[in-house]
Design a protein. Sequence first.
Length: 312
Amino acid sequence: MVVITSLTVILNDVPFISFLVCFLSVDGCIDWSVDLKTYMALAGEPVRVKCALFYSYIRTNYSMAQSTGLRLMWYKNKGDLEEPIIFSEVRMSKEEDSIWFHSAEAQDSGFYTCVLRNSTYCMKVSMSLTVAENESGLCYNSRIRYLEKSEVTKRKEISCPDMDDFKKSDQEPDVVWYKECKPKMWRSIIIQKGNALLIQEVQEEDGGNYTCELKYEGKLVRRTTELKVTALLTDKPPKPLFPMENQPSVIDVQLGKSPPGNNNSSENCSLLTDGENFMNQERFIATVITCKSICVLLIYNPGIQCNSSLRK
């Protein structure tokens, strides 16, 4: 049996090994503080908290570490103290490199520390878990949503996060998608791709809350992602305008495309300068040519106060 007698044996692949001394805690254990990954779950759902040491900090797995005489211990942080966890096996159990909460409760929220050690070696890291109740009338809690962003007309895939823990070896989990907690008849360009939802051309109305749901051991597991849709970005720099004083000036502003089937002959054109609508001033006249989606702003007697950014 190989006995690990120095940190270098197991950590020879960890970057910046020379700086590890900065992470030594009072008890001589290398402390990686709090891992970047956060775990989130709704009350009553199962959730698995993995010891991040085996996934981000050392190039070994739980079985290899165990075979070399290292032990993995779990603690829950309470203030400045770390209390050993007593696993009841009913609601919470230890399985290899993880803690399984079979039915998480709000009181389970907090930081969990895994410690890998033997007589000459010690390393630890903490993971954050947030458990929240559903908001009234909703299937999610806004505090534990995931966030995705997409520009209008772009292609966007919304994944169902952290579902690998609930996947059986012989089949993919059966995931059902909802929008704003309601079943949805998706239009043809929105398709389910495995556990993900693929929007092939994002529209403004696609913004909102998407919830994926599956059943695991008789319980529902849900993940909600908020999709924020933004205007299409451009790499073209703004074109400066230099209107002549006391002369009429014309500014053409390209508007967005009208929704398909919209035959409305009138569109509202609102122009702002520094966030304020100035269309009520007599010096400005705005007309809209619907067929070209162009807003034409006629400026009479442009003055110094016009030197501000114009936005649709």
